[in-house]
Design a protein around this ligand. Structure first.
Ligand code: DLL
Length: 432
């Protein structure tokens, strides 16, 4: 929650007043300290005084990932290097890494926001939490680590790499919360199941993110482990984990709007879209000192709801992420998202949410093959049985996707498990 002076939840008007004051300061700061932004604003004929509040946000220039790469490594920093106390970076698949720097105050804000996420998941100082995101330049490990410490929880800094040891410690230490990617948590759940240790764990909450996942998968995790699972969103350019997360009602992710100002735009035209319309999420970092960003284009697809949540929070809520605009596959002219496959498979029940989409082009025609793992309970050595199941899955996916994929069933636990962000798509088509 963010409170006003009377310790009541801030109204939307109060939030806008606070954001406007912070935006004015931010624009002044970047204009005077970051040559890249001064030039961009001058090109648009803008001076800091032209931005009076959030109503003028749309007049500001966008920032793209390529702007961070072009100014590698520290070109967009707004403070001297002596003020920077931490660096994180994301490797990306092409070109230079994107590098972000944090001042001491940035680290404090980040920790506080991650502590809010954990508190929303009902994790507190009496909990023991395993942080099983990667530690290092990736923001997941250290982000969750310091957020949990800030809250006073007991942190077990597992990182990724040894699932059996993680499960042993989960049992021995009486771990009550875990933070990792949802795909890794499913793998952990399988390991627990395989070793028959479900009744030995004390886990009650999970905070999962860093990759798109569906509501069906969240429910499956809750059911498998008898816990409550929460969605945590963030990206390294804006802070890392803890930009938004869901509460106990799971009706969207509350954005920590006192620090991160969201907008939804039409990704093609850049025009701002209204409430509850799906588009690309854009963030302006209202309080960041190290590398403040104006209107950063995330490429993540979602919508915003400004209505008050059942939990009482007035913070804007983002709907569950549909994927990234650059994850969207166009197959035979139809838009296809991996999340549609996941949702359809989970709804069927006979398959597990482990799948791999292989897109190819043969004789100028796109092809889609989906390797699907059968759930242990439904796996059979009977060929005819498997053929029938294959046909049923193909029919369900044809309806869900609007194109007909070829399905190849594979035995339980044969597709590679990921400890970080899962890889769901191999696209072998060459686009010149
Ligand atoms: O993934 C930060 C993070 C760490 C978030 C741990 C949550 C937990 P990046 O590596 O920069 O940072 O990747 C950011 O991951 O733009 C989304 O496309 C995706 N992503 C992150 N969280 C979610 C989520 C971290 N909850 C990119 N749902 C983002 C869907 C997510 N996608």
């Amino acid at each position: 929650m963010i409170w006003n002076e009377s310790r009541e939840c801030m109204s939307r008007d109060e939030i806008a007043v606070m954001q406007s004051a912070r935006l004015r300061k931010l624009v002044n700061r970047v204009y005077h300290n970051v040559p890249f932004y001064r030039k961009k604003m001058q090109e648009l004929g803008l001076e800091p005084g032209d931005i009076n509040g959030v109503e003028d946000l749309h007049r500001l220039p966008f920032t793209n990932k390529s702007d961070l790469r072009d100014n590698y490594p520290f070109g967009l920093f707004a403070v001297p290097q002596s003020e920077i106390v931490r660096i994180h970076a994301s490797s990306g698949t092409t070109g230079k890494a994107t590098v972000v720097g944090y001042t001491r105050k940035d680290i404090e804000v980040w920790q506080e926001c991650v502590a809010r996420v954990l508190a929303q998941a009902d994790v507190g100082k009496n909990d023991i939490i395993q942080v099983a995101y990667g530690y290092g330049l990736f923001t997941g490990g250290l982000g969750l680590h310091y957020g949990a410490e800030n809250l006073g929880a007991t942190v077990v800094p597992m990182s990724t790499g040894n699932t059996k040891k993680l499960v042993d410690m989960m049992v021995d230490f009486g771990v009550t919360a875990i933070a990792c990617t949802p795909s890794y948590l499913l793998h952990i759940a399988e390991t627990i199941e395989e070793r028959g240790q479900l009744d030995q764990i004390k886990l009650k909450a999970a905070v999962c993110g860093a990759e798109p996942w569906t509501e069906e998968m969240r429910l499956q995790i809750e059911e498998k482990l008898h816990i409550h699972a929460h969605d945590i969103y963030g990206l390294s350019e804006i802070a890392g984990p803890g930009v938004a997360s869901d509460c106990q009602y799971h009706k969207g992710l509350h954005v920590y709007e006192d620090h991160y100002m969201p907008e939804i735009i039409n990704p093609e035209t850049g025009e701002t879209l209204g409430e509850n319309v799906t588009g690309e999420l854009v963030f302006t970092t209202l309080t960041k000192e190290g590398i403040p960003l104006l209107r950063y284009r995330t490429h993540d697809l979602t919508s915003i709801d400004y209505s008050k949540c059942e939990c009482g929070r007035t913070l804007a809520r983002l709907s569950r992420f549909k994927g990234r605009s650059d994850d969207m596959l166009i197959i035979r002219g139809v838009n296809v998202f991996p999340s549609q496959v996941e949702a359809a498979l989970l709804e069927m029940g006979e398959t597990s949410p482990h799948y791999l989409m292989i897109v190819d082009r043969k004789n100028n025609m796109d092809t889609l093959e989906i390797m699907v793992e059968v759930d242990e309970k439904f796996f059979s050595d009977e060929i005819r049985e498997l053929e029938r199941l294959t046909k049923r899955i193909e029919a369900v996916l044809r309806t869900a996707l609007g194109i007909g994929p070829k399905v190849k069933l594979v035995e339980p636990r044969t597709l590679e498990r990921s400890m970080g962000k899962a890889k769901r798509v191999i696209d072998n088509r060459k686009f010149e």
